[in-house]
Design a protein around this ligand. Structure first.
Ligand SMILES: [Cu+2]
Length: 159
């Protein structure tokens, strides 16, 4: 009886963590009520939902627009990034390193997005974006240009 209880407990924990972090492919019904947090919809966001982000030290302003509208989970897609100086001048020779994470779950993106094309006039193509869960994500873009680096942070919600 004791062992039976333990194994049920272990199973419950496993199911909880499974539901907490890998449930996006499951039906929405499986998401609701499991942990009391809101994770209702399939997880999406309008392509142009993000306001421009000013980097920490104010060196750059980054505008991020998804090429897929709306952004949905479990689909690899591209973003277009537009980089300007804090004074509003296009930055045409930036190196951009992008990372993403869900701080509440301590995991990152399932992909490694890369800038694959400098389209001129401060526009850069970011390929390989993929969100594998609905919820709160943080995307950081570290810009290096003119010998200086600064990081812009986007907070986004896939509802
Ligand atoms: Cu997560």
């Amino acid at each position: 009886m004791f062992r039976h209880t333990i194994s049920l407990f272990t199973l419950s924990c496993a199911l909880f963590f499974f539901a907490a972090c890998t449930s996006p492919t499951a039906s929405p019904a499986a998401d609701t009520g499991m942990d009391g947090m809101s994770m209702p919809g399939g997880g999406s966001m309008a392509a142009d939902a993000l306001p421009p982000a000013t980097s920490t030290d104010g060196l750059f302003t980054v505008t991020a627009t998804s090429q897929m509208d709306p952004v949905t989970i479990n689909t690899i897609h591209s973003w277009l990034l537009h980089v300007q100086t804090g004074d509003g001048v296009d930055v045409t020779d930036a190196r951009i390193d992008v990372e993403g994470s869900m701080p509440a779950h301590s995991h990152g993106l399932p992909t490694t997005p890369q800038i694959t094309e400098n389209r001129g006039n401060g526009n850069y193509l970011l390929e390989g974006m993929k969100f594998n869960m609905a919820g709160s994500w943080v995307i950081t873009a570290t810009i290096t240009a003119g010998g200086q680096s600064d990081t812009a942070v986007f907070d986004l919600q896939l509802k």
